[in-house]
Each structure stands twice: as C-alpha cells, then as structure tokens.
Design a protein around this ligand. Structure first.
Ligand code: C2O
Ligand code: CU
Ligand code: CU
Length: 502
C-alpha cells in the first residue's frame, strides 16, 4: 500500500493537518484533511471527537505471598481511543494489565500467542536473569502456542517503574505499534506525600477506517514510524482529575515505537523523582521532560489552583533521512495534546516533597573500555547476519558496527563482575536511542553536552553524528542478551547486537 493510500484511509487526529469536521457518529467524526505538506493528499478520514473520558487505570495484577502467577493472551481486538478496533492487546486490553511485584517475588507468566505471527515477552528495565525462561529475548512463541515464563525478581531489586512488550526480532515494531505493551512496577520505596499514583503509558498508532492497524511503508520504517494517534493508557486525550494541594505521582512510560516525547504540562513544573525506574538523589523540577522510546520518568505533579491544564508532547526533531525529517511534524501543526489535568476545588498550599530520595550509589571506576556504533548505510554494505531478503527488504541497512543482527553470533563478551565504560557512537543522520537489557548504565558524558543524572538508566538517545559514554556495572547477573536501537523499526531491520556476560 502506498503512503498516500495509507494516509488517505487513516483515522487521523489533530496534529496532521487542517481538519474540517463534517459529521459525528459514536464519538468519531468524518473529516477532510489537507495532511502534512508534501506527505499526503486530501481525503476523507475519521477522527475521534474529544472524549472527555477520565484517564483509565489499566487492570492490575498484584503479587501475593511472593508470587505473581498470571496468564496473558496476546491477540487482536482491543478497544483503543474509545472504539473497538483490531489493535493488539494483552487479555483484550491495550495497554495490558499493570503487573505489580515486590523485590524477591517470582513473576510467573503464561504467555499465550493468539497473534498470526511469532511473539515473546521482554520485561524492559527489570534487572533479572536473561537466561532460560526468564527475560530471554531469544525465545520464540509461535502462533497458537504458549510459553511459561519464570522470572525471579532479586530480593535487592530497587523499586521502580518498568514495562513489558514483545521482543521477537522482526515483529517487534508491528506488535508494539499494534498496542502490545504494559507496565510492570516493583513496589516499595519511600512514602511520598501523594494522593494518587497513576501509570501514564503513552503509545502511538495509526488506525485505518475499518479499525485495522495501518501498515508502515518502507520510508516510515526507515525513519521510524510514528502513529497519527497518540494515546495515554489507550485513550485519546483523557482527563486526569486533580484537586489543589493534592499531589499525584505519574509514572510516565514512553511505549511509542519511534516517537520521542518532549513532555510539558501547561502551567506546572512537575518534579521528577525517578528515571527508568531508579530514584534520583533529589526531586528535580522539569519544565520539559524528554523521553526517548523506552524511557520512563516518575514525576510528582502538585496542582495549586483550579483550572484545566494540557499535557503536551512538543515536536521533537530526530534528524533527517530519506528526503524528509523524522519526528518533526510540519511547523503549522505544533504540539500534540496527550491529556488534560482538570483541577477542581479551592486553591490550596502544597506539601513539600522530601529533599532526599534513595538514589543508588554511583558505580565504581571502569576497568575496561569498549566502543560500539549504530550505523545506517546503503543495503549492499551489510556484512554478516542473515540476509534480509524478500519484498519487505529496506533499501538501507541498519547495523551495529556494520553488522546486521545475528542471534547466533556473540558480539560483545564481558567478564562478569566488571564495570565497563562504553562509548556508543552514531555515524548516521538520525538520533538512535541506545538500550541495553538487564544491566542499566549511568551516562558519564555525551557529545551534545546532554544531562548526566548520575543514576542508572536503560535508554539514552545517541545524537545524530554524536556519541554517549556510559559506565555499566556487569555485576548482578550473568547470561546472554541484546542491546539495540529502541526505534523498534530499526531494531527489526538489524540494529541490534548480542552481549554475553560470563
Ligand atoms: Cu524495550 Cu530490547 O527493549
Ligand atoms: Cu529492554
Ligand atoms: Cu535507530
């Protein structure tokens, strides 16, 4: 299907061009849109009307007596943006249930695959074993099959906000874009003066008029696809009720396939308390919070007066490639509204946050160094790795160190127990979010002078033509897993490598 046809038939939201409303039905309206300049033809599309729905809490599954044993069925047919669609869900829900465990628990998941392609499960951010039936990205569950995961959460696992999503190489972007993601929380941590604790899991998706998920054209996969609908907990522009003086903890998860979220809450400066599930040493006020795909941030929002305040994602330019810019919509379209905080009641004084948070101590000095590079190039230049043949092949290669992903090749071999310093560079014209499973890192320097928080994180944006330097303690687990670009179209195209710690 051509880009034009996809665009024309898509259910489009504000943010993709001038929209003229024509008619209304079931909360959705037919509209004529001009589309982004040079990227689409005018056509009839459907847009969801403003729902005004209250932000939903994804169903929760909470561990008991040291165990969380659940079944998750991955299948098409989830309700998103207030409409029954062919989007993908876990147990019919996108996002899937929020899994809540405590340090020392066992997470036991039977994942049942009712999709029409292979899948598996990755617990992004959990510091758990990558071996056996734990957080093992090399496992494969065929359509109709199921697999019993057994994931022991170490007794000293820090409390924090993480998430889960499929990780079967080649189908990851389609399945996440389709809606397969959910939060996984490790409970515990300091008592905070908050009235509410919410997951805000952000996804993006493009739906065709018949409710199916729009496929991504090769050029979109090369830039990293971004959906026309940006959803919070599967809802279009939901409302978060709030009261003056009553603080809320928001666990923001960027579960978009490629979109970088540059978040801003109108009239407020949320205090960030954690990044990627790890506490900061102290709350940090954030006018703007940039989350690359995969990143999480826990923030405390403290409204002090009544009113309606929009949570925006501002345009974020990921660079230019294939004759267009990635991630930066035309200037005319501006920011995307994600949700509205509706504050009701008399103005009130907010109670202060603790001035100290339980941040982990910084890792010791590195005893080894290593470099690795994300590269884009003409497809013919790839060496190694399985041939990416077929109609679906992209005219451009996405590699790590010039090699396409090969699950059978050991790319980095690390001595268990060591602290390493990695320089991750990016020779191409697009920013790539670097992500390593199992072993979080601290960013010690970056070519763009970007912030170094001093606390562990698991995704960092590597600027186009730039680099980041990371300190990685390979102390907690041994085993074999992967690191990759978290623009999952790039990962599926080969921008992934293996690492063995032994
Ligand atoms: Cu969230 Cu390997 O990924
Ligand atoms: Cu991960
Ligand atoms: Cu990338």
């Amino acid at each position: 299907m051509t880009r034009q046809l996809t665009r024309r038939r898509a259910l489009v939201l504000g943010g993709t061009g001038a929209v003229a409303l024509v008619a209304g039905a079931a909360g959705w309206v037919a509209a004529a849109t001009s589309g982004p300049a040079g990227d689409a033809v005018p056509g009839e599309v459907l847009v969801p009307g403003a729902s005004g729905e209250e932000l939903a809490r994804p169903p929760e599954r909470v561990s008991r007596d040291g165990r969380l044993a659940i079944e998750l069925v991955a299948a098409a047919g989830a309700r998103v943006a207030g409409r029954d669609t062919r989007a993908l869900g876990f147990d019919g829900s996108s996002p899937g249930p929020t899994l809540r465990v405590r340090p020392g628990d066992e997470l036991a998941v039977r994942l049942v695959n009712h999709l029409d392609q292979p899948t598996n499960l990755h617990t992004h951010g959990l510091r758990v074993s990558p071996e056996g039936n734990a957080d093992n990205p090399f496992l494969r569950i065929d359509p109709g099959a199921s697999l019993d995961y057994r994931i022991p959460v170490p007794p000293d696992h820090p409390p924090g906000t993480h998430w889960y999503h499929p990780h079967h190489h080649g189908t990851v972007a389609d399945q996440l874009f389709g809606g397969l993601a959910g939060a996984v929380l490790v409970d515990g941590g300091p008592d905070l003066p908050v009235d509410d604790d919410r997951v805000l899991l952000v996804t993006d998706i493009t739906l065709a008029a018949d409710g199916t998920v729009a496929p991504a054209a090769p050029v979109e996969r090369m830039r990293g696809r971004e959906g026309d609908l940006v959803l919070v907990n599967g809802q279009y522009r939901p409302v978060v009720p709030a009261a003056p003086g009553r603080a809320q903890r928001w666990r923001l998860v960027n579960a978009c396939t490629s979109r970088v979220l540059a978040l801003r809450l109108e009239g407020h400066t949320p205090a960030q308390i954690a990044q990627d599930g790890a506490f900061l040493p102290a709350p940090v006020p954030r006018e703007r919070l940039v989350l690359a795909p995969g990143n999480r941030a826990d923030v405390v929002v403290q409204p002090d007066r009544p009113g309606r305040f929009t949570l925006f994602a501002d345009p974020y330019d990921r660079g230019a490639a294939m004759g267009g810019r990635a991630g930066a919509p035309p200037a005319a379209t501006g920011p995307v509204a994600l949700a509205t905080m509706a504050v009701d009641g008399a103005a009130a004084v907010v109670s202060p946050l603790p001035s100290r948070l339980p941040a982990e101590p910084a890792p010791g000095p590195a005893t080894a160094t290593r470099s690795t590079a994300f590269r884009m190039g003409p497809a013919g230049m790839v060496r190694g790795g399985p041939a990416d043949g077929g109609d679906d092949a992209l005219p451009m290669s996405f590699t790590v160190d010039g090699r396409s992903y090969d699950p059978d090749r050991d790319d980095q071999i690390v001595a268990a127990g060591t602290v390493e310093e990695w320089t991750v560079s990016n020779t191409g014209p697009l920013a790539h979010p670097f992500h390593l499973h199992v072993w979080p890192f601290t960013v010690v320097a970056a070519s763009d002078g970007g912030p170094t928080t001093g606390v562990p994180q698991d995704v960092v944006l590597v600027p186009a033509g730039g680099w980041v330097r990371l300190r990685i303690p390979f102390t907690a687990h041994t085993g074999r897993t992967v690191y990759h670009c978290h623009i999952l179209d790039h990962e599926d195209a080969g921008m992934m490598a293996t690492v063995v710690v032994r």
